[in-house]
Design a protein around this ligand. Sequence first.
Ligand SMILES: Nc1ncnc2c1ncn2[C@@H]1O[C@H](COP(=O)(O)OP(=O)(O)OP(=O)(O)O)[C@@H](O)[C@H]1O
Ligand SMILES: [Mg+2]
Length: 245
Amino acid sequence: MEKMLMLRKLSRTYRSNSTRINALRGINLDVDSGDFVAVMGPSGCGKSTMLNLIAGLDTPTDGEIYLAEKRIDKLNETERAIIRRRHIGVVFQAFNLIGNLSVADNVELPALIAGFTAKQARERRKNLLEQLGIAGKAVDVPSKLSGGEQQRVAIARALVNTPQVLLADEPTGNLDTESSHEVMNLLGQYNAEGQTIVIVTHNHVVASCASRIIHMRDGLVANETRVDVKGDHKSVLSRLISLEV
Ligand SMILES: Nc1ncnc2c1ncn2[C@@H]1O[C@H](COP(=O)(O)OP(=O)(O)OP(=O)(O)O)[C@@H](O)[C@H]1O
Ligand SMILES: [Mg+2]
């Protein structure tokens, strides 16, 4: 099994004025190709910090990050931007779509930036919007869509360059229960087709859709729950709730 992602003794210390915040304290994590990992843990334990470091949106204070066995934490800004565009898809809680571009353009833009032709970008966008059930919204601007629909656009945008890893920070944080289920079902389908996914969530039901649940505390992995029985959400949920920190 190819290791898609490896974190080795990854640390991030923030310094503001005279205070130091050790957001990550030497975290180790291995993610195999095809894994669906949910990261849980109390507010401030370092979940977003970890995701931002993997995405290359921030630089570690110490430690190593490997994507498909290639070290990526020492790359320069340009090289990191290329990795981020081509090999990592990111979805945020707040969708972060471009408000004055159509849904179609929001999804095609990263493909064009990554070097696909206009025709290829259009094909990719069409396929994704179709799969995600929002093909009818292609010409609309994001503000005309519901939260769940906007998040599906964000997922399409994150997947348009067929990334090695899809990262999502609280992707259902702004959604109602039904839209959350839809989004998680869609992510589950992409995972079933082999997409490696790492999501951060506070929600046990959302986490129970993953195959591995990493519990973080104080900038480290505290423990892990493996979801062996697919579909047995009840027992997974009760295990998760009993682990609640
Ligand atoms: N840019 C920053 N400058 C200074 N401190 C920061 C910065 N970003 C995060 N922190 C601090 O680092 C710690 C970890 O933050 P992080 O955002 O990773 O937590 P989190 O687990 O994602 O929390 P939440 O569940 O609330 O989103 C917190 O103490 C936070 O205040
Ligand atoms: Mg966070």
